[in-house]
Design a protein around this ligand. Structure first.
Ligand SMILES: [Zn+2]
Length: 52
């Protein structure tokens, strides 16, 4: 089985629009997601894409 890992190219930009999002903290993310998803928020280096 040959499943090569694709090199992740420093996920600093949005995979959809390829712009650099706003840097936000963990707390901000926790407030944006719904309760069931809040537990999945780990680390504190999040960026948010403001392209709506
Ligand atoms: Zn985006």
């Amino acid at each position: 089985m040959n499943m090569g890992k694709r090199p992740t190219e420093n996920n600093k930009t949005c995979p959809i629009c390829h712009i650099q999002g706003e840097s936000v903290g963990k707390v901000t993310v926790e407030h944006l997601v719904t309760d069931p998803n809040r537990v999945a928020v780990v680390g504190d280096h999040y960026r948010i894409c403001i392209n709506v």
